[in-house]
Design a binder for this molecule. Sequence first.
Ligand code: ARG
Length: 575
Amino acid sequence: MQTCESELSAWLAGAFAKAFPDAGIPAPRVLPATDAKFGDFQCNDAMGLAKILHKPPRTIAEAALAAAPLPEFVEKAEIAGPGFINISVSPAWTAERIEEMAASPSLGIPQSGEGKCVVMDYSSPNAAKQMHIGHIRSTVIGNAIDRLYRALGYRVVADNHLGDWGTQFGILIKGYRECLSPAERESAAVADLERAYVESSARAKTDEEWKNACRAELVKLQQGDPENLALWKRFIDVSIAEFTRIYDLLGVKFDMWRGESHYNDRLPGVIEELQKAGLAEESEGALIVRFEEEKLPVAIVRKSDGGYNYTTTDIACAEARTEEFAPDRIVYVTDDRQQLHFKQLFAICARLGMKTKLVHVPFGLMSFQGKAISTREGNLIKLDELLAEAERRALAVIRGENAQGEPSEAELRLARQIGFGAVKYTDLSHDPATAIDFDWDKALALEGNSGPYLQYAHARVCSLIDRYSAAEGADPRAAACGIPPAVSTPAEKALALKMLQFPAAVARAADICKPSVLADYLFGLSQLYSSFYQSSPVLKSEPAVRDARIALCAAFGKILAKGLELLGIEAPERI
Ligand code: ARG
């Protein structure tokens, strides 16, 4: 399915080419009009062409419009101001486009990713630590981008790059042996492992002997000591089981869990490669890479004790992914404190000749009702607790504060859908790069730009459709229902034109890795729906108008449901 913009652009390209045959004018850019009084779409290309064609922009626009007849689907094309072309499309054509879009399984989303691959590196917590509120952003933003790419037809390899190697395992093994009771060692719950780590690492700071013992455990692990290796393996297994439980709650799935340790064998080769290419040099016993051109601080790729680090591992990992998947892009979603790391990594990969596009999506920290959350002290809100609280609060919203008796199964399910939806939407509706302050009242508000507002809008349209179907015995959502949607009144047309922008919003959100583009779009769409609904009776209208309006409502419901799905937010049909 072509987008409206591309169809209009094709017509204008023909018009420009006819008016200026030898100028080699690139395909004109057509955009939705910024204001309905300028029509439905606009093209401002005449402005830029003035310099190339040495003519006033208005003359250029006039010549183009005079050169080719208006296609049937264009009702009006007018030149405004210095040379803007304002375009109004015909209602019949708009209605047809909506019908076509609503009938297609992809809802018109272009399959521009067919034959291409994206590796998504997100969530990526460190093993043997509980996931806390700091991990929610990487998980939720990463998963939304993952879903967007899949919707565009990309092959997506979602890889949870677990922090499963490094000096912390020496500290942890020592802590496990000395700080846990036999019963705790037996169950090895992640919370206990975390406590063992915290205690052991505190002890290592003051007790030299303890510190050396930790170091010895690490060396044994690195040398493949069977006992330490088995312990390490166990820590990883229980961590994965624990993380999976939370991912299941959130509806997040990974294709693979290749932790940092997966690349251990490649690390010496990376160093050799860097040295051969003349990219690394010795400095005070360590091996470093300089970034004079990029004006960045040096990166260490081998420590003075001979150990490799985060940078070395990420170089090996990018190479391995490139070899195995030949991806068009690798997208890393982490907090913005890792910006320097990724700048250095991408610069090194470029110097090594890697062609894959590497993208870092940095996100700002999430504070909580005005309080910063620190990652160093143990006062972090666990992700588990956050999700449980979301459920609890959403349940109160659904049942009212003074509800009596036990909630039903259905209420509990709904509370989870709304509570998690509220948390995810708060995160996704902001540009990832900004810091956000999480506020329960705002997140769960039924009015305004919130997850529950969109979920309610969806449930309301579903119930309207159900009432129609019950009375008329026909489902307006069925692909072959054959009712052309209403696009005559200004409210209908505004809603319809906004619906047609859905595919472009999805493509744009994926392209710039900002799910907030789609969230903004869905909120704007729902607002237009709500003004349409307030001004336009549906079920009470005479049959022809009623049927046409319900068809428009049905298409809106589908787009909203799909949009929410792409954000990883459930859209219950009944609330
Ligand atoms: N484990 C890291 C952390 O918790 C994030 C890893 C991100 N991915 C990567 N390839 N470096 O900060």
